[in-house]
Design a protein around this ligand. Structure first.
Ligand SMILES: [Zn+2]
Length: 255
């Protein structure tokens, strides 16, 4: 039973109790308004925050003490190759949630990710800004179209991350139908907001706690420019990053 089912049942029960026992109360409509308000508040949080696992199960932590870096929205020829160089230098393996259109335009970078021991995840073909409002057919197409691009590289990926981390009952149903596994995060780098690489590096060190899955974007200059400093400082502090074994385990353990 999903959290959404539980919330819906509690809401229905709540409304039932209000109608049966409080319909004559002066505060009936206020109570009803509060019941609806609470239901939709929880529902909205479920749509916006993947880590609540509200509509579907997602992986948001990794085996302690490792820290897993995940990069979304690439590949980008200006930034991703240097990110790969830096990961190589520090012997860190990551998951890249690629966008289909970009993967199609830069197959050589996808090949590099694969050959250097990273995992490729599905971040949909077009990264539709209104992904949470798409029909089931369109959601399915977005995921399958990207898989078709990865087929060129003989990559079969079960790892999926919805754009913006959206989830809803339609996305949950497609995820179940296609048998893909959702990988979320428990630490948001805010690399879209923190533009100063040194500040971003410091923030990333702070976020790197045992079990962290960190959300980054490999299409951003500040993420590229902060990575070497971040990984050097983190390693000085004894922080352990995911290796190929961790990536194999995270793929096998889910569902
Ligand atoms: Zn994205």
């Amino acid at each position: 039973m999903t959290k959404h089912t539980i919330n819906t049942l509690l809401f229905a029960l709540n409304v039932g109790v209000l109608v049966l026992f409080f319909r004559s109360s002066d505060h009936f409509f206020l109570f009803l308004f509060l019941a609806f308000g609470f239901f939709f508040l929880v529902l909205s949080a479920g749509v916006l925050f993947l880590r609540f696992n509200y509509f579907m199960k997602s992986i948001v932590t990794i085996d302690k003490p490792a820290v897993l870096l995940t990069f979304d929205d690439g590949p980008n020829p200006e930034t991703t190759p240097m990110i790969l160089d830096t990961l190589n230098k520090h012997d860190v393996k990551a998951i890249f949630f690629v966008i289909g259109k970009k993967a199609l335009a830069h197959p050589e970078i996808v090949q590099r990710m694969l050959h250097e021991g990273h995992r490729i995840g599905n971040h949909t073909f077009s990264h539709h800004p209104m992904f949470a409002l798409l029909s089931g057919k369109k959601v399915k197409n977005e995921i399958q179209q990207l898989q078709t691009v990865l087929d060129i590289h003989a990559i079969q990926t079960e790892l999926f991350r919805p754009p913006i981390g959206y989830s809803n009952p339609i996305i949950a149903r497609v995820v179940k139908d296609l048998g893909v596994k959702v990988i979320g995060w428990n630490q948001r780098s805010y690399d879209t907001v923190v533009k100063n690489p040194m500040k971003l590096a410091k923030r990333l060190v702070r976020l790197s706690k045992p079990g962290s899955i960190i959300l980054l974007h490999d299409n951003l200059v500040q993420s590229r420019d902060s990575l070497d400093s971040y990984l050097s400082k983190a390693k000085e502090k004894g922080i352990i990053f995911a290796n190929e074994q961790h990536l194999i385990r995270i793929t096998n353990e889910i569902n």
